[in-house]
Design a protein around this ligand. Structure first.
Ligand code: ZN
Length: 83
């Protein structure tokens, strides 16, 4: 098996996990689901590879344009879920 050593403690092994990550991009914060995060089983260091970061940037860009989340002209102050 191809096991990656942790760059932080050089003892632990990085284990890939799917996580929701809070990603900061150009002053905005975006919740990105199902990001592959390599988590060290010894020190808990979390490493996200360049491919995943590029994918998160793409999602953040699309979210910014309103393609994924709520459209830009909803008013958060006016309770949308009021029933
Ligand atoms: Zn480690």
């Amino acid at each position: 098996m191809d096991q990656k050593l942790c760059p932080s403690c050089s003892e632990g092994i990085l284990i890939p996990k799917y996580k929701q990550v809070l990603f900061t991009y150009q002053g905005g914060q975006y919740q990105i689901p199902d990001v592959v995060v390599q988590v060290c089983n010894t020190c808990g260091e979390e490493v996200i590879n360049a491919t995943e970061i590029r994918r998160m940037e793409k999602i953040a860009k699309q979210t910014r344009r309103g393609n994924i989340t709520t459209p830009p002209h909803t008013h958060p102050a006016v309770g949308q879920n009021r029933r």
